[in-house]
Design a protein around this ligand. Sequence first.
Ligand code: PMP
Length: 333
Amino acid sequence: MTEGTSLESAQSTASGARIVRSLEELVGGTPLLDLRLPGVPDTARILAKLEMFNPLSSVKDRAALHMLRAAEASGALPATSGTVIECSSGSTGIALAALCAARGHRCIIVMPDNATEERRQILRDLGAEVVLRPHHDGLLASWAFAEDLRRATPGAWMPRQDTNPANPAAHYATTGPELWEATGGAIDVLVCGVGTGGTLTGTGRYLKERRDVHVVAVEPERSAVLSGGEGGPHGIPGIGAGYVSEITDLGLIDEVLPVSDEDATEATRQITRSSGLLAGISSGAAAHAARRLSRQRRWADATIVTVFPDTGERYLSLALGGPTASEPSSEDS
Ligand code: PMP
C-alpha cells in the first residue's frame, strides 16, 4: 500500500472528503446558504440551513437518529432485530426506514392515504412496511391506529415523535450548536416552521440560552393553531399538524407568523429561480416569513437564520413549477 493512503489516514482530508462506515455518520453538519431572495433589503441577511444535505435529505434524520439511539440506550429497543412502528407521512418515516434498514430492525410506517406516491415508494424501497389510513379521519386517528398496532406487536417500539423529548434534544445537541458555530453567534432572529415543534424547541432553546434571539414560529394560515385558530387541511406539507404537540415549548416563541399556501409556494419557486436550489414547500414558507421580517425596521440590519427542512424533489408530483398548484394536502411530519 502506498504510504499515507491507508484507510485510517484517508478518513479525514483537507477537502472534508472522508470514508464513513455508516450513513448515520453523515447526519448533521449541514451548510448555510446566504439566501439572495428578491424583496429582501441589502442590509439584512437571511441564512438558510440546508437540511436536504442530510443522508435521507431532510431535517428528520437528526430526530430519527436521536430517538433510535435513546431507545437503544434505555433498552426499549434492541440494537438489532427490533420492530419500530411510527406514524408519519413524510420525512420521519423515511429517516427511520433507512436507519432501521442499516441496523436490521423491522420498520412499519402508518401514513395517510393522501401521502404522495413517491413517499410510499421510497419507504417500500427502504424495506419498510407501509400501512395506509384514511386521511380524512385526521392525524390523531392515525396515531391511535399506530398505537393499537404497537400494542398488538410483541416487542415493538414507537418513537412517537410528537411526544418524544429526544426529538427536540436532537436539535439542542446539533442544529443549535451548528448554527451558533457557523455564524460566530451573530444571530438576531430564528425563523422555524412547526410540525412536531422539535426543530423550533431544540434549536430555539439552545440559541436563547446564549443570546436574546427572537424566535419566530411559522405555521400554515389554514391550520394556524399557534395563532389560536383551528387545524385544517392546507398545502404546506411538514408543518401545521393541526394541534400543538406536547414537545413544543410555547415559552420560547416570541412571534407566530401564519403563511398562506400561495405565498409558501411562490417563495419556493423564487428560491429555485433565484438561487438554483430545489427546496421543499415548508422551506418556502420559512423564507417568506423571513423576508417579511427583514422588511420591518426593527430587523432591517439583522441576521435572520432559518431552517430549510427538505428538498423539492419530494414534491415533484405536486407540480409546483407548473401553472397550477395541486390539491392541498394535510401531510404531517
Ligand atoms: N418541514 C418539513 C418538510 C418536515 O418534514 C418537517 C418535519 N415534520 C418540518 C418542516 C417541521 O419540523 P418539526 O417536526 O421539527 O417541527
